[in-house]
Ligand binder design. Structure first.
Ligand code: 2P0
Length: 326
């Protein structure tokens, strides 16, 4: 039987960057994200002669297949199933471009966890699926849930570390405007970038020490739906994460010139009285948070910044789930 699941990417307002434990993929800092609506990964899975993985219609081998297989093995083992795991054909499609800088690994592993849980009839529940997805890609643990979601930092012994919902999507009708600044893919992936930062950046300990207080301020502002209180910690989280990465050896510069221009444009809009703040992930695009009422003005102003190729708008959305069969 074929099972189909859908999941959405998420954007961290308080960033995760760095692992306490590489093998178990345990984050060194707490993060808080918003799961997005609109952009969707749809993943179908069915029993097959051998494990296989297709992404957007292209069969993949090597590392992407290994990561998917590792998740299927973990899920089977976690469910305490005896005997050999059924082999599975996984067919995953994204309806958004990877070059938009929206972490496709988050929605991919969240959708795969839900689809495989249904195929194997393991009924692990959302929390355990989140912990399993987090082991494959930490941000994927957050996409199991909708709305505003937190992922705590783990200690060295953390085996099961799920994300948890902070508030549902309906809690706060914010908009997230992505300013796309290049169509190219990033040079250094998040996983490798984090390892380099952890091992070589002299600022890494400062980031790990500062992150919990920044996270707490973001969490409080989200719960209070206080946009003005959100601005400071959201921008500080992104800038401190990037400052730490800049200081690695060799330095990780995820930005391009347009990234800086958009930051300046957002601050100018704020000085003119508009509510908006920015965040940046492991790539050159800028994500701008704004209340619904100012979305149109923000989009228009940001589209005019030289170097911005286009903008994409998203709102808070739902967690990973089985697709409704037609
Ligand atoms: C985040 N990022 O909190 C941060 C901010 C990117 C910048 O989580 O190694 O793909 O698979 O656990 O989850 C992207 O990193 O990394 C990410 P792994 P992941 O959204």
């Amino acid at each position: 039987m074929k099972r189909v699941a859908v999941a959405h990417p998420n954007i961290a307002l308080a960033k995760y960057w760095g692992k306490r434990d590489q093998g178990r993929n345990v984050p060194a800092v707490p993060s808080l994200s918003v799961t997005l609506d609109g952009m969707t990964t749809t993943t179908a899975i069915e029993e097959a002669e051998a494990d296989s993985l297709a992404i957007n219609g292209v069969l993949r081998t090597g590392r992407p297949l290994e990561r998917a297989v590792a998740m299927l093995d973990t899920l089977w083992r976690e469910a305490g199933r005896l005997g050999q795991r059924p082999r599975a054909a996984v067919d995953s499609h994204n309806d958004f471009p990877t070059a938009a800088g929206l972490a496709s690994s988050a929605s991919a592993f969240a959708a795969l966890a839900v689809a495989a849980d249904a195929l194997f009839a393991t009924q692990l529940g959302r929390e355990r699926l989140s912990a399993i997805a987090r082991r494959s890609s930490a941000s994927a643990g957050r996409s199991l849930f909708g709305g505003f979601v937190e992922l705590p930092a783990g200690d060295a012994f953390a085996v099961d570390l799920p994300a948890a919902p902070v508030a549902p999507a309906s809690h706060w009708d914010l908009r997230l405007v992505v300013a796309v600044t290049t169509e190219g893919e990033k040079e250094v992936g998040s996983t490798d970038g984090m390892v380099r930062t952890t091992e070589t950046s002299p600022l890494y300990d400062g980031w790990v020490n500062a992150a919990p207080a920044i996270f707490a301020r973001v969490r409080e502002a989200v719960l209070a739906r206080d946009f003005d209180a959100l601005v400071g910690p959201v921008e500080q989280s992104a800038l401190t994460m990037h400052a730490t990465a800049f200081a690695a050896d060799p330095g990780l510069v995820y930005w391009n010139g347009t990234t800086v221009e958009v930051i300046r444009a957002v601050r100018k809009l704020r000085a003119e009285g508009l509510r908006a703040c920015f965040t940046i992930d492991a790539g050159p695009h800028v994500k701008i948070l704004t209340p619904t009422a100012s979305e149109a003005s923000v989009r228009e102003a940001i589209s005019r910044v030289p170097g911005v190729l286009r903008t994409i708008s998203a709102r808070p959305g739902e967690g990973a789930r089985l697709a409704v069969e037609e």
